[in-house]
Design a protein around this ligand. Structure first.
Ligand SMILES: *Cc1c(COP(=O)(O)O)cnc(C)c1O
Length: 355
């Protein structure tokens, strides 16, 4: 830290992304990327002509991409905001809507780590609401709370999901506050709240191309909400970085939407593999939460979470371990291809002496 850093950032604790070690080739099950490549249409669209066009700024209105996304969900372009990853949208949302008093914000105590970081970054008052004993979110904790609400559905890193009816109850009971539903993992088997945007002007649904659309490296996220909420996000965007999506990612996003069926099929494959791996781990004595995401969250009485993580790393398999007290015995394991999961399961059996 230099002595020039603004005082208000001195005690800010930044988000720590999953590790990306370069020392060897790992079976990478630690950051919830897709094991499948982008579709052919996406790969072919990033051609030399597209690269030549990089001399020009990208479209600050992102018209084509917003129209494509709107079309997919039955909304208008004015209901869609696109950004450089959904993290960017979460950041903009905390900046735009969260603050003190009536603008304070609540989110679960165990959820995506960035919510707390953004709340602190933007000086917002925040409350972390404890998950139930079984790690699920109790929707009643949020009904009529009268504060801004941020919920990941499915939640991370638990993978547990709320029903659309539960989300609607929360949204309907807090008409004077923003309810932001982060649906980063919804395509893997949870109910989306996107269809409720027409009905509630306080609902914002945030999505990403990083997981279900195999584009983590392109950095593309989007939000669907009422026109007025979207215009607030645009106000922040045009006050920071109007060209927030680069040309190549814009093309990738448009072509990916055209190949929606390919990606939805990949999600089905991942859900099937998730069910198989869950069963196998349970048979080995693991407790595995009922995930609706492209990862599972699991613990076993036979070995600590940290030890399993490091033993797997020695064998070339990366998973994600969190040191937070309440979940320190768990690990989050991204669902890869069947082959990758077989390597993972074999290594687990070896570590537990079951081979
Ligand atoms: C991965 C993830 C994001 C971030 O996605 P990007 O679009 O890659 O920035 C947001 N929310 C949750 C819950 C995530 O797991």
């Amino acid at each position: 830290m230099s002595r020039y850093l603004n005082n208000k950032y001195v005690s800010l604790e930044e988000y720590v992304p999953g590790e990306q070690p370069k020392d060897m080739r790992y079976v990478k099950l630690n950051t919830n990327e897709s094991p499948f490549p982008p579709s052919e249409r996406v790969v072919e669209a990033i051609d030399s002509e597209a690269v030549k066009q990089l001399k020009l700024y990208s479209d600050p209105d992102a018209s084509e991409l917003r129209e494509k996304i709107a079309g997919l969900f039955g909304y208008e372009k004015e209901n869609v905001f696109v950004s450089n990853g959904s993290d960017d949208i979460l950041n903009f949302s905390f900046m735009a809507f969260c603050g003190r008093g009536e603008h304070s914000v609540v989110f679960p105590d165990i959820s995506y780590g960035f919510y707390k970081v953004y709340a602190e970054l933007h000086g917002a008052e925040y409350t972390q609401i404890p998950l139930r004993e079984d790690f699920s979110i109790d929707p009643e904790d949020y009904v009529g709370i009268g504060k801004n609400i941020v919920i990941a559905n499915p939640n991370a890193p638990t993978g547990l999901a709320l029903s659309r009816a539960a989300i609607e109850r929360i949204v309907a009971s807090n008409p004077d506050n923003l309810v932001l539903i982060d649906e980063a993992y919804v395509d893997f088997g949870a109910e989306s709240a996107v269809g409720l945007v027409n009905k509630y002007d306080n609902l914002m649904v945030v999505r990403t191309f990083s997981k279900s659309y195999s584009l983590a490296g392109a950095r593309l996220g989007f939000a669907i909400a009422s026109e007025s909420l979207i215009s607030d996000l645009n106000k922040i965007k045009f006050s920071t970085n109007p060209y927030n999506i680069n040309r190549l990612s814009m093309i990738a996003g448009c072509r990916a939407i055209e190949d929606n069926a390919y990606y939805m099929n990949n999600c089905k494959i991942i859900a099937r593999t998730r069910r198989n791996v869950t069963e196998e781990l349970r048979a080995l004595g693991f407790e595995v939460l009922d995930s609706r995401a492209n990862f599972i969250f699991a613990r076993t009485p036979d070995i600590s979470g940290e030890e399993l993580y490091s033993e797997l790393k020695k064998r070339g398999v990366l998973i994600r371990h969190f040191k937070t007290e309440r979940i320190k015995d768990f690990n989050r394991i991204t669902i890869g291809t069947d082959d990758e999961m077989n390597v993972f399961l074999r290594s687990v059996k070896e570590i537990l002496g079951r081979i």
